[in-house]
Design a protein around this ligand. Structure first.
Ligand code: CMC
Length: 464
């Protein structure tokens, strides 16, 4: 580890506390790379060339398994120790002492609010929950069986057309109002999507209710004057919202940052996050976990199921994480909420299967050697089901609180002078410099194209 001084582009002298010596065996040349924060800069490899014309060495990292794409002050995860902190506060403390709206403020503004700041923030969010009436018409255009996550994705993107001024992404006021609007309107859009899927009239927001209770009201209110959810259920939902608020550079947050780096408006960037979250390996896992528990059916079938997982015919959904190589702290907290919710709603029989499945997997060398532990999605679906929420809504409920994390990350990215438009490199593996062959001269049965059978005539008729 050599102490060295290097001149930066701006002429200032930076002190590198640690460095890495790299010898390029193709040329015998040795390079000194600075190490900052346990990280080397990928661009430092580009100077390593075999000759003048060489492009320079690149790093290859599909799925970004070992690449930091930003510096961030928002969320800290120690995956080996199972620690999650937002702005330095542990997730355990936040779940115990805070509420989702306060955590959203913390993520976005960097500090916990004073009493007055909190009151203003809660007022602003509460008073921006309504959506333009045309959004309702837009929603009504979806097919009867449209997935609410698809509807959410489309309507969040559509918000950008209602607020074109949000394109001013460096204007503090526009940024604030966009943040408030998205946090406020996400539950409304989610609830409208749900009511649409049932053919029920939409329920407008109730400003007298707190954030989670208002969401439950928009989902479930029928003819009563005011919907009054059991406070224990509202609190459980609020805790779930806190647990899902941010999780540093996950797939959807990376999508928000990548899309936002083109300087598009924040609604469009967040729509990219919703799209990424929709996938079964990300936010869709809570829905898939319950389907898995249904398929297993009873405790007796667990050994066969686990054999299927080991032979890779099945996946133990709700287990495993790119970062956590220990129990996901969020799963531990959700497990505590499960008992509280079931006190109100009665026990979901699938809980027994989930608990036994967890116990057996944690006793099994296949899972322990791969450091596979329950993640946030293993138990959350059981709570959503106990709250009477349909499965298709589970991922939507993940998207509601994650909105504050996406916005916090987007704001940080926009202000980060090191960031430019996200544009990865590739290793090109295709053909080069071929001569174009006219269609009449091509072989009739090219084995490479078309890659599959042509669509049958009935499928080729206009799609409706
Ligand atoms: N069930 C069975 N085997 C697994 C699982 C699982 N859930 N997860 C990982 N493995 C195995 C995998 O087959 C591989 O084994 P081998 O070395 O024999 O090939 C090894 O563990 C490493 O897995 P990986 O796929 O390289 O890990 P990854 O970091 O790319 O994937 C993951 C992370 C979350 C996509 C994965 O663990 C998974 O598919 N889990 C199930 C889906 C799930 O629960 N997703 C929610 C994640 S938490 C919430 C969120 O972020 O959205």
């Amino acid at each position: 580890m050599a102490e060295e001084q290097t001149e930066r582009d701006d002429g200032a002298v930076a002190q590198a506390e640690e460095s890495l010596s790299v010898t390029d065996n193709r040329t015998g040349e040795t390079y000194e790379l600075e190490i900052h924060d346990g990280t080397v800069t990928a661009m430092d490899f580009r100077q390593m060339k075999v000759n003048e014309d060489d492009f320079g060495l690149m790093t290859y990292d599909p799925a970004y398994t070992n690449t930091a794409h930003c510096r961030s002050d928002i969320t800290y995860i120690d995956g080996d120790a199972g620690i999650l902190e937002h702005r330095g506060y542990t997730i355990e403390q936040l779940c115990e002492d805070s509420n989702y709206l306060e955590v959203a403020y913390l993520l976005i503004h960097g500090e916990l609010p004073s009493k007055e700041q909190y009151e203003n923030w809660a007022f602003d969010v509460t008073h921006h929950t309504f959506v333009h009436e045309n959004i309702k018409k837009f929603m009504e255009g979806f097919r009867y069986d449209a997935h609410p996550m698809g509807m959410l994705l489309a309507t969040v993107g559509a918000l950008s057309t209602f607020y074109p001024e949000s394109k001013a992404i460096t204007d503090d006021r526009e940024r604030y109002i966009a943040a408030v609007r998205m946090i406020a309107k996400m539950p409304t859009l989610a609830a409208f999507a749900y009511r649409q899927s049932l053919g029920l009239p939409y329920v407008y927001p109730d400003n007298d209710l707190d954030y989670p209770s208002n969401f439950l009201s928009m989902l479930f209110k029928m003819t009563e004057q005011q919907y009054e959810p059991d406070p224990r259920l509202s609190r459980a939902l609020d805790v779930l919202f806190i647990l899902h608020a941010d999780h540093e550079q996950n797939c959807s947050t990376a999508a928000v940052r990548a899309v936002g780096s083109s300087q598009v408006d924040p609604y469009s960037a967040v729509a990219a996050g919703v799209a990424a979250l929709y996938g079964p390996l990300h936010g869709g896992a809570n829905e898939a976990a319950l389907q898995m528990l249904d398929r297993i059916g009873s405790v007796e079938n667990i050994p066969d199921f686990l054999e299927g997982v080991k032979s890779k015919e099945e996946r133990l959904v709700g287990f495993g994480h790119r970062v956590y190589k220990n129990y996901d702290p969020r799963a531990r907290l959700i497990k505590q909420s499960v008992d509280e919710v079931f006190e109100v709603t009665g026990v979901n029989p699938k809980l027994k299967i989930a608990q036994e499945l967890e116990k057996r997997a944690l006793d099994d060398e296949y899972f322990t050697s791969r450091k596979l532990y329950p993640n946030v999605d293993f138990y959350s679906g059981l709570i959503y089901e106990a709250l009477n929420l349909p499965r298709a809504m589970f991922t939507v409920i993940f998207a509601i609180p994650r909105t504050s994390g996406w916005i916090a990350q987007w704001l940080e990215m926009v202000d980060d002078e090191e960031q430019r438009i996200a544009r990865p490199r590739q290793i090109y593996t295709g053909e080069r410099e071929r001569d174009f062959v006219s269609i009449d001269d091509r072989p009739s049965a090219d084995p490479l194209y078309p890659p599959s059978e042509p669509l049958s005539p009935e499928v080729s008729t206009p799609d409706v």
